[in-house]
Design a protein around this ligand. Structure first.
Ligand code: NAD
Length: 428
């Protein structure tokens, strides 16, 4: 078989720090470890399908506004597409492509029978009323309706979308197809086919992989100092579980600012304050420090759980932690990965670290099909086992090839994807 040939994609930028460029560089790094499957690697470097939709809605004042929406299905070799929908003013097609590709890697790394997809709308939800948000969600769902479905592509919440948005998506899809289809999205409200444990699953997965990594490098959780960027769903839950395990949350940063307390923040009052005040900046027990100083904080475990591209080589040189747990997607630039490796700082990469959410999404999808629901204990136990088994396998692969956990995760996942691609063959 001759190697695949391809022309560069015309619709991506060449900006080296873009999320898509980060993803491509991660794929390039894994090629030497893919054996004969490396000949199919071009498959991973382009999305299968990228849909751009116009989302016009009537605003409350009677005017009409158009928003730009996307749904990208990066790879469906191993099963239906799976991935969240992000509402953010900075969302771009290229960002959604990268996020969809990381979903392909993530579902394969954990062994879930899904491909990778992602969606988004360029909007600031803070500028929209609840009714406007509902209209934009329903119109977007209708526009992407012909490529999603319980057996085709199953959206879920991501930044600025939640169970209510999923309920509107499920209802719209069901109205358009004429039958209630709970399995078309995950992350739904519990009484609409949602799963217990889903809301906290991503943060719980960060904790589980972090606990295992800490054990392997001899870092006790009792007394471990934790710093978290992004105290939302993922970062807030992970911080809470680490504190329950004996850790101390010493620094937090979110869109409102950065606070530091070497004695540790008390979790219940902190989470209450974030809900009440909308951010960490108002914390009365924390010293306010400037945002850049967050990266200099003395800590043992650093959890970036906000945005992409946060750990630059310059910041990587200042980080004091022994362990970095990537709750966010794509928080570390490839050049910063090299710095962290040289400095012997272990990174548990996003593609395994934050896979707890999609794992419980998988449980939700399975429960919806069987219309039989599990207890929260069953869900948390199954999540723990799947995450620990996946991490162990990745660790062995990384040890065998003497590569980072990120390249190890890509090696495990990309081989699974490319085996599926080879076994299915090329149509026609
Ligand atoms: P969220 O909206 O609940 O929380 C986001 C947090 O990031 C908030 O605390 C916000 O203040 C903070 N933030 C925003 N802008 C910031 C800035 N400029 N500087 C510092 N902090 C900033 O979102 P989430 O669901 O917790 O998602 C966080 C990250 O985790 C995202 O990268 C997302 O893609 C990823 N992720 C989420 C899930 C999930 O199930 N929710 C699953 C996998 C990955």
């Amino acid at each position: 078989m001759k190697p695949e040939n391809s022309t560069p994609l015309s619709f991506v930028s060449t900006e080296p720090s873009s999320p898509w460029a980060t993803y491509l560089s991660q794929v390039d790094r894994v090629v030497p470890y893919l054996g004969t499957y490396a000949r199919w690697v071009e498959t991973l470097k382009r999305p299968k399908r990228a849909l751009i939709v116009d989302v016009p809605i009537e605003m409350d004042d009677g005017s009409v506004r158009h928003f730009e929406g996307y749904r990208v299905q990066h790879n469906l070799s191993r099963g239906p597409g799976k991935g969240g929908v992000r509402y953010h003013p900075d969302v771009t097609l290229e960002e959604v492509m990268a996020l969809s590709a990381w979903m392909t890697v993530k579902t394969a790394a954990v062994g879930l029978p899904f491909g990778g997809a992602k969606g988004g709308i360029r909007l600031d939800p803070k500028e929209l009323s609840r009714k406007e948000l509902e209209r934009v969600t329903r119109r977007y769902t209708s526009e992407i309706g012909f490529i999603i479905g319980p057996q085709r592509d199953i959206p879920a919440p991501d930044v600025n979308t939640n169970a209510q948005v999923m309920a509107w998506m499920m209802d719209t899809y069901s109205m358009n197809t004429g039958a209630t289809a709970t399995g078309v999205v995950t992350g739904k409200p519990i009484h609409l086919g949602g799963s217990l444990g889903r809301v906290k699953a991503t943060g719980r997965g960060v904790f589980i992989t972090g606990r295992e990594a800490a054990r392997r490098i001899g870092l006790p959780l009792e007394g471990a100092r934790i710093a978290v960027q992004g105290m939302g769903n993922v970062g807030g839950t992970a911080a809470d579980l680490f504190v329950q395990a004996g850790g101390r949350l010493v620094a937090m940063q979110d869109h409102t600012g950065t606070v530091y307390n070497p004695d540790g923040f008390e979790m219940k009052s902190t989470l209450d304050l974030i809900r009440r005040e909308g951010g960490v900046a108002a914390h009365p027990k924390g010293e306010k420090i400037d945002n850049e100083s967050f990266w200099d904080v003395d800590c043992d475990i650093l959890i970036p759980a906000a945005l992409e591209g946060q750990i630059t080589p310059e910041r990587a040189n200042r980080i004091k932690a022994k362990l970095v747990l990537e709750g966010a997607n794509g928080p570390t630039l490839p050049s910063a990965d090299d710095v962290l490796r040289e400095r012997n700082i272990l990174v548990v990469p996003d593609v395994i670290c934050n896979a707890g959410g999609v794992t419980v999404s998988y449980f939700e999808w399975v429960q919806d099909f069987s219309s039989f629901f599990w207890t929260e204990d069953e869900i948390n136990q199954r999540l723990d086992k799947i995450m620990v088994d996946a991490l162990n396998h990745i660790w062995e692969t990384a040890d065998r090839h003497q590569i980072t956990l990120r390249t190890g995760t890509f090696a495990v996942a990309c081989e699974r994807i490319l085996i599926a691609r080879e076994e299915r063959g090329l149509y026609p």
